[in-house]
Design a protein around this ligand. Structure first.
Ligand code: HEM
Ligand code: CA
Length: 767
C-alpha cells in the first residue's frame, strides 16, 4: 500500500517541478508568429498535455534522484489518486506550502491534477495582474479541440473555442451533437453504450473501442513496438553516444554521406508520383506528432546550436559539419545547426517521455474531416451535408485560411483549411484534398436527391461513412499492394476480399489501432525518398505544361491559383503521369536541403532526412538492429552479420559513418535494407508498416468490411459496392480534364481506359 511518506514525496516533487518548469518557460525568448515555419504545430489540447508532461518529466527526475526508480510505481498510484480527485488522499496533504493550492484546487473540475494546478496559477496570476499566464493560440491552427479523456468534454470552455455556429438541426438518426449541451464541439455522448456509437464513427476516435474509449483517439500516446525506448537516462535524454563510447555522428553528417541523391537520381521504372502523394495523404490521416511549444504557445526558435541551453530544453538542433555544402557555418567562429524542436512530451505519469498523435490514429480520413469536433466544424458548410469550398478561381479549392501565420505565401495566395493542418505544406497535396472534398459533395448531392427529407447532419454522416469506406478500400486494395509483397499482404491479413466473399471476420477488440513510434518516426517516412524535385503539370493530352520546384514551394500556395496553368487538375495529371523516385536511401535536393526554405534565402530551411534521423532519437527509437528480431532476422554483432540484408555497397557506406552496426539509426537502416522481391522495401521496414496497417484494420470497429454486433456497418451486398470502388473513378468524376485513366492507378506504364467504362459507386444500394 502507498504510504503517507510517498504521498508527501510525490507532492513535494510535483510542486518543485511545477516551479522549475514555470520559471524555465518564463525565460524562453518569444518568437513572432510565423517566424519559424513548421508543419508539426501543436493544437490547444496538445499544449495542455505538454505542460503536464514537462512537469512530470522533471518531477520524475527529482523522485529518482532522491529515492531511486523503485518509487515510481507507488508514485504513479499517488498521481492516480490525485487525478481522481480522491478526497481522502487530499486530506492527508499536510505541508503548509500545499495548503493554499489544495484549497484552491478543491473546486477544480480538472481531472488532470497538474493541469488543474496550472489553471489555478494562471487565474491567480491574472487576478494579481501578473504576466506569463495565458497561452495564446498559435498561428494558423484554427480551433482544434481534441479529446484526452472523458473529461476533455468538461474542461473545454468558451475562452478556448471560438463562438460556436448555430448547432445543426437535430434529427432522427445520425445526430452527433451532444444531447446535454447541443454543441457538436463537445462531441458525442460519453457513454459508449449510447446508440450514437452504434451508428457513427466519432471524429476523435472516441468509443471506437467500447472497452477502451480513448484508445487511439486524437491527442493520445503512440505505441512502442518493443515496449522500450533508447533514452540515455532511461527517461527522456536523447541518445548521443555510440556503443564504442564515441559521440554518435550528427544526423546531418549521416544525411550527407548516405542519403544524398547526387547528380544521377533514380526514378522508379514502374511506380508513379501519385503513389508518393497518396502515401503522404495517408500519413496525414493517421499521424500528427506535434512539436513542443514555448510557454505562450508560440514556436520555439531552436535554430542556434546553443538553443538547448539558451532557449529551451525542448530544442534539439542538428549540427551541420563544417564542410557542409548547403548549411555553411554561420561565421568563422560559429557553427551552423539545422533547427529542430523536440516532439511534445505528453507523458501522463511518472516515468519515460511519451510522444502523442494529435490526429485520430484510425484510418478515417482525418485529413478531410479533422481530428477534433471543433476542427470538424471548420470544414463543413452545414448546408445539405456539404463540406465548405473556395470557388473564386473557377474551380474548387478548400476554404482559405486567412490567419495562417505559418503560410509563406501571402494575400491573395492564402493557404487553406482542411481536416489536417499540413494540407498546404506543398502544392502536391492540394489536388488530393480538393478531389476528396468534391467527391464528398458529389455524394451529398446524390444523397439529398435520394433522401429529400434528410437534414444536413444526416447527409453529412452518411456520406462521411461512405467516404471513409472508399478510402480504406483504396488504401488496402490499391496503395499497399504496390508497396508490400504479396506474402506480407497475406501474413498480416491486409488483403481486401473479392465481391461475394462476405464480411471480414478479423475484427478484434483487443487490437490497439494506435500508431507505433517506429512507424511514425521512421518506417513510413520511406516516402521521403519517393518525392521528386520537380513536380509536373500536364494537360489532358499528357503534354507537360510546366514543372515547379518543390524547394521553392514549401508552404507556398501560389501554384494553386494559376488558372492559366490549369489549377490543381494539371498537377494531378502530372502526379499520375510522371515517375516517382525509387524507394531507396536517396532523397532529392529539396527534401535534403530546402524544407520550409524562404524563397531566395538559401539554408533558411531544414534537411528533412536529418530531421527524420534526429526525430527518431528524439522520440527514443531503438537502433535499427534491435528491430530485426521482430522479423526473425539474425542478431547483429559484427558488420558481417548484416551482409544478407544489405548490399555490399550499402554496407560499405554505412561503415563510413557509424562506428558500430549497433549505432545505426532506424530510419537509415530501414531505407538501406535490400528491398524484398515484389516489394519496395526490405524485411524490417515492411514488417513495421504491415504491422501498423493490420492494427488499423483489425482494431477498427468501423472498418468497412466488418459486420460487428451493435455497429451499423454495411450488409454483405453493400460491402461489395465498396469493393468495386476504384480511385481512378473518383478522379474521373471530380475533374474536368480527365476522360481516360489508368487501369492500374499507381502503375506508371498502365494501360488506359475511358472514364465512362468504369462504373460509378452504386450509392442507392447503400441507403
Ligand atoms: C514532398 C513530399 C513530402 C514532404 C515535403 C514531407 C515533409 C514532411 C515534414 C516536414 C515532416 C515533419 C518532420 C518532423 O518534424 O519530424 C514529415 C513527416 C512525416 N512524413 Fe513526410 N513529407 C513528404 C512526403 C511524405 C510521404 C510520401 C510519406 C509516406 C509515404 C511521408 C510520411 C511522413 C510521416 C509518417 C511523417 C511523420 C509525421 C508526424 O510525425 O506527424 N511523407 N514530412
Ligand atoms: Ca485518422
Amino acid at each position: 500500500a502507498v504510504t503517507d511518506e510517498t504521498r508527501q514525496a510525490v507532492q513535494d516533487a510535483l510542486f518543485q517541478a511545477l516551479n522549475s518548469v514555470d520559471s524555465a518557460f518564463t525565460s524562453e525568448p518569444s518568437v513572432a508568429d510565423g517566424a519559424i515555419i513548421s508543419s508539426q504545430t501543436a493544437n490547444e489540447e496538445s499544449k495542455k498535455l505538454q505542460f503536464t508532461g514537462d512537469v512530470l518529466e522533471v518531477a520524475t527526475q527529482i523522485l529518482i534522484q532522491k529515492y531511486g526508480v523503485s518509487i515510481l510505481p507507488d508514485a504513479n498510484e499517488v498521481l492516480n489518486e490525485l487525478n481522481a480527485g480522491n478526497t481522502e488522499a487530499r486530506k492527508k496533504r499536510s505541508a503548509d506550502s500545499l495548503e493554499e493550492v489544495s484549497m484552491e484546487d478543491s473546486d477544480s473540475e480538472e481531472s488532470n491534477f497538474v493541469e488543474g494546478l496550472r489553471q489555478k496559477r494562471q487565474s491567480r496570476n491574472r487576478r494579481q495582474g501578473g504576466g506569463g499566464g495565458g497561452r495564446g493560440s498559435s498561428g494558423g491552427q484554427g480551433s482544434h479541440g481534441g479529446r484526452s479523456g472523458e473529461d476533455g468534454r468538461k474542461k473545454r470552455n468558451s475562452a478556448e473555442n471560438p463562438p460556436p455556429p448555430p448547432p445543426p438541426p437535430g434529427g432522427k438518426g445520425g445526430d452527433y451533437s451532444n444531447p446535454q449541451t447541443n454543441q457538436t464541439c463537445q462531441g458525442p455522448p460519453a457513454q459508449c453504450s449510447d446508440p450514437v456509437h452504434d451508428r457513427i464513427r466519432s471524429i476523435t476516435g472516441y468509443c471506437n473501442n467500447r472497452g477502451k474509449p480513448t484508445q487511439a483517439n486524437s491527442v493520445t500516446a503512440i505505441r512502442r513496438l518493443l515496449g522500450t525506448t533508447s533514452y540515455t537516462d532511461g527517461l527522456g535524454a536523447i541518445r548521443n553516444t555510440s556503443v564504442t563510447g564515441a559521440p554518435l555522428p550528427s544526423a546531418r553528417q549521416i544525411s550527407n554521406k548516405l542519403h544524398d541523391e547526387g547528380s544521377s537520381p533514380n526514378f522508379s521504372p514502374s511506380i508513379n508520383h501519385l503513389h508518393m502523394q497518396i502515401g503522404q495523404f495517408i500519413a496525414h490521416d493517421i499521424i500528427f506528432m506535434p512539436s513542443s511549444t514555448a510557454k505562450d504557445g508560440s514556436s520555439l526558435n531552436c535554430t542556434s546550436c546553443s538553443s538547448p541551453t539558451t532557449v529551451s530544453s525542448n530544442c534539439a538542433p542538428i549540427p551541420a559539419p563544417a564542410d557542409d555544402k548547403y548549411f555553411k557555418p554561420v561565421s568563422s567562429t560559429e557553427a551552423r545547426c539545422i533547427r529542430l524542436t523536440r516532439a511534445l512530451n505528453g507523458q501522463s505519469g511518472f516515468g519515460v517521455r511519451t510522444q502523442i498523435d494529435q490526429n485520430s490514429h484510425y484510418l478515417d480520413m482525418s485529413s478531410v474531416y479533422g481530428s477534433s469536433d471543433c476542427e470538424a466544424r471548420t470544414v463543413r458548410s452545414f448546408v445539405n451535408g456539404q463540406l465548405a469550398t473556395y470557388n473564386a478561381m473557377g474551380y474548387a479549392l478548400p476554404p482559405q485560411a486567412k490567419n495562417d501565420s505559418n503560410c509563406q505565401s501571402t494575400n491573395p495566395y492564402y493557404c487553406f483549411t482542411a481536416g489536417d493542418f499540413r494540407n498546404s505544406l506543398h502544392p502536391g497535396l492540394l489536388p488530393l484534398h480538393t478531389v476528396f472534398i468534391k467527391e464528398h459533395n458529389r455524394l451529398a448531392v446524390m444523397t439529398k436527391s435520394a433522401k429529400p427529407s434528410w437534414n444536413d447532419e444526416q447527409i453529412y454522416q452518411f456520406v462521411r461513412r461512405v467516404m471513409v469506406a472508399q478510402w480504406q478500400h483504396i488504401v488496402y486494395n490499391e496503395y499497399l499492394p504496390k508497396l508490400l509483397t504479396d506474402k506480407y499482404m497475406t501474413d498480416f491479413n491486409l488483403k481486401t476480399m473479392k465481391p461475394g466473399a462476405g464480411a471480414f471476420t478479423g475484427y478484434s477488440t483487443s487490437m490497439n489501432a494506435a500508431l507505433s513510434g517506429e512507424f511514425a518516426a521512421a518506417a513510413f517516412r520511406f516516402g521521403h525518398s519517393q518525392s521528386r524535385q520537380d513536380f509536373a503539370r500536364q494537360d489532358a493530352s499528357n503534354k507537360t505544361i510546366k514543372t515547379y520546384d518543390l524547394g521553392y514551394n514549401i508552404f507556398y500556395t501560389d501554384e494553386l491559383y494559376k488558372v492559366s496553368s490549369g489549377g490543381w487538375e494539371t498537377m494531378l495529371m502530372g502526379l499520375i503521369k510522371t515517375a516517382a523516385m525509387q524507394v531507396d536511401r536517396y532523397a532529392s535536393f529539396p527534401i535534403r536541403n530546402q524544407l520550409f526554405e524562404i524563397r531566395g534565402k538559401n539554408a533558411s530551411g531544414v534537411d528533412l532526412i536529418s530531421v527524420n534521423i534526429m526525430r527518431g532519437r528524439d522520440v527514443g527509437l531503438l537502433p535499427y538492429v534491435k528491430y530485426r528480431s521482430l522479423v526473425g532476422l539474425t542478431s547483429v554483432n559484427t558488420w558481417n552479420d548484416l551482409s544478407s540484408t544489405f548490399s555490399a555497397a550499402n554496407l560499405a557506406a554505412l561503415k563510413t559513418v557509424y562506428a558500430d552496426p549497433a549505432d545505426i539509426d532506424l530510419f537509415t537502416g530501414l531505407v538501406m535494407e535490400t528491398p524484398l522481391a515484389g516489394g519496395q522495401l526490405g524485411p524490417t521496414a515492411s514488417w513495421i508498416i504491415a504491422e501498423q496497417f493490420r492494427a488499423l484494420k483489425t482494431g477498427d470497429r468501423f472498418y468497412y468490411e466488418n459486420q460487428v454486433a451493435n455497429t451499423v456497418g454495411f450488409t454483405p451486398q453493400q460491402i461489395d459496392v465498396i469493393r468495386r470502388v476504384k480511385l481512378a473513378k473518383i478522379f474521373c468524376q471530380n475533374t474536368d480534364i480527365i476522360t481516360s485513366i489508368n487501369t492500374d492507378m499507381f502503375d506508371l506504364n498502365s494501360s488506359q481506359v475511358s472514364c465512362s467504362s468504369i462504373p460509378d459507386i452504386d450509392l442507392n444500394k447503400l441507403f
